[in-house]
Design a protein around this ligand. Structure first.
Ligand code: SF4
Length: 121
């Protein structure tokens, strides 16, 4: 009989915040406490391949601003967040920039870009 591990998580996909209980029996995950199927997807992904959206700021060369808010174009693996922050912190951007402009392309070979969250003339 396969060993059963149990973990608890709060689903952060929507504001309801269902308390999830996840049992792992062999290769199978059994999720309980979810109101909808998105909770199952969230729980399995969080346990097998956790990712996060990244928001930060970069140094900016512009007349009236010294920092530019940035965000990742998609979630990146949680275990790469610290390395990604090192890359972002070493970056300096020159104005003008536009909202959504990719400033660091394919960060750490993730296929995700770091993009400007503001337009600065
Ligand atoms: S399981 Fe569904 S209803 Fe519950 S928090 Fe997650 S997304 Fe929202």
């Amino acid at each position: 009989m396969p060993k059963i591990n149990t973990q608890e998580l709060v689903c952060i996909v929507c504001p309801v915040g269902c308390k999830l209980t996840i049992e792992k029996a062999g290769d199978e995950y059994i999720v309980k406490g979810n109101i909808c199927e998105r909770g199952v997807d969230y729980a399995v992904e969080e346990l097998t391949h956790p990712t996060r959206m990244l928001t930060s700021t970069v140094k900016l060369c512009a007349l009236h601003h010294v920092r530019l808010p940035v965000h990742s174009s998609a979630p990146i693996p949680k275990d790469l967040i610290f390395k990604a922050m090192k890359v972002i912190n070493s970056c300096t951007v020159k104005a003008p920039v536009t909202t959504g402009q990719a400033l660091i392309k394919n960060i750490l070979d993730t296929g995700v870009d770091i993009c400007s969250s503001r337009t600065i003339e």
